[in-house]
Structures are given as C-alpha cells and as structure tokens.
Design a binder for this molecule. Structure first.
Ligand SMILES: [Zn+2]
Length: 194
C-alpha cells in the first residue's frame, strides 16, 4: 500500500504489518525544529517512509528524505544552499533497554505506544543529516573560472562569494597592464642613446 501524502501520525504497528509506504512532500512549517535550525527550508522535503517487520520480528521504518535548505556559511556569513539527503532504517523499540540491544546493528526509534509522530521523526533525521559547519565550496578549478570571468569584467554572485572567502584573486592583479606600444618603447631607447 502506497500513500501519496505524509500524515502527521502513523500507527507503526498497522503500517508495519501492512508493509505500507508513505511518500510525499513536507513543508518547512511542518518541521519547525528544522526550520529553526536553518535560514530556510528552500523547497518542501521529499519524504519516503517504508514500514516493514524485520527477521527479529521488530517493526522497522526506512526513512528516505531529500531536499534543500539554506544555512549560514561560517566563512562569509551569507546563505549557502545545502543538499539534505538521508536514508536510514530505524527499528521501533519500546524502551531504552531494548534500544541498547538493537543499537549495534540498527538505529533505534524509541516509540511510546503505537502512534509514530512522523514530523518529529523527519525533524530528527534531517537535523542529524545537516552539516555542523556549512561552507560554500569553491575549488581551485572554480577559482580559475572566477578569474577569467572577472577579466571579462562581469561580477556575478559566485565571484562575490569567492571574494568573501578570501580566494587569492585581487582586483589589481586582474586589471590589465596597459600594453606599451613596442615602437614607442623603441623610440625611448633611441632617445636615451643620443
Ligand atoms: Zn561562504
């Protein structure tokens, strides 16, 4: 059974027995803990939850989440778009001891009762997947491109980003040196000789 929306609560037992899969989009306002941790959830997260029962007869949830959030770059303090992509299989456990027993092989999902708070699960998974430090990535190759573009006198956003990151690109280096007329130079030499 596949559902095209993500309910806020799912009966983990029923879903596991039925082998249900839930797919849908989750907006930033529905996952407030994520919204609070980032500048913004750029687009609704694509979420897929697949319920099953494993060989140990425990309920499992395979959670696949993908989307983009913007975070503050810790180098230039401007927003940087971060891809969130996570997939983990969680084993539903009733208490901490049980959690400890499954911890070696799988990620436990502590569930008091049968109702799974879906948004809370999504929040936990996304928060775990977020980088601790977000940074713009600008490799040396891109830096070269930046130089080329700057020579062409076009200042675009990524170049500004490069500047903010202190890439070794100085405006003075890029300013073309006035090319001396070779004949003028020759004249100078002749003049100095006579
Ligand atoms: Zn940055």
């Amino acid at each position: 059974m596949t559902s095209q929306n993500i309910p806020s609560t799912i009966s983990a037992r029923k879903a596991a027995i039925a082998g249900s899969t839930y797919s849908g989009l989750v907006k930033g306002k529905e996952i407030s803990r994520v919204a609070a941790a980032v500048i913004e959830v750029e687009e609704p997260l694509s979420v897929n939850l697949r319920f099953d029962i494993n060989e140990g007869r425990k309920r499992t949830v395979e959670a696949t989440i993908e989307g983009r959030v913007s975070m503050q770059c810790q180098r230039c303090l401007k927003p940087v778009s971060v891809l969130v992509k996570t997939c983990s299989t969680l084993t539903v456990v009733a208490h901490d001891e049980e959690a400890a027993s499954v911890l070696r092989t799988t990620e436990p999902l502590l569930l008091d009762g049968d109702d799974l708070d879906v948004y809370s699960l999504i929040e936990d998974e996304v928060l775990l997947a977020l980088p601790i430090v977000a940074l713009h990535s600008i490799g040396q190759v891109q830096a070269k491109e930046v130089v080329t573009k700057m020579v062409m006198a076009s200042v675009k956003e990524e170049e500004k980003v490069a500047w903010a990151h202190g890439l070794e690109v100085q405006p003075d280096e890029l300013a073309e040196e006035p090319v001396k007329n070779p004949f003028a130079a020759l004249k100078e030499i002749k003049f100095n000789r006579s």
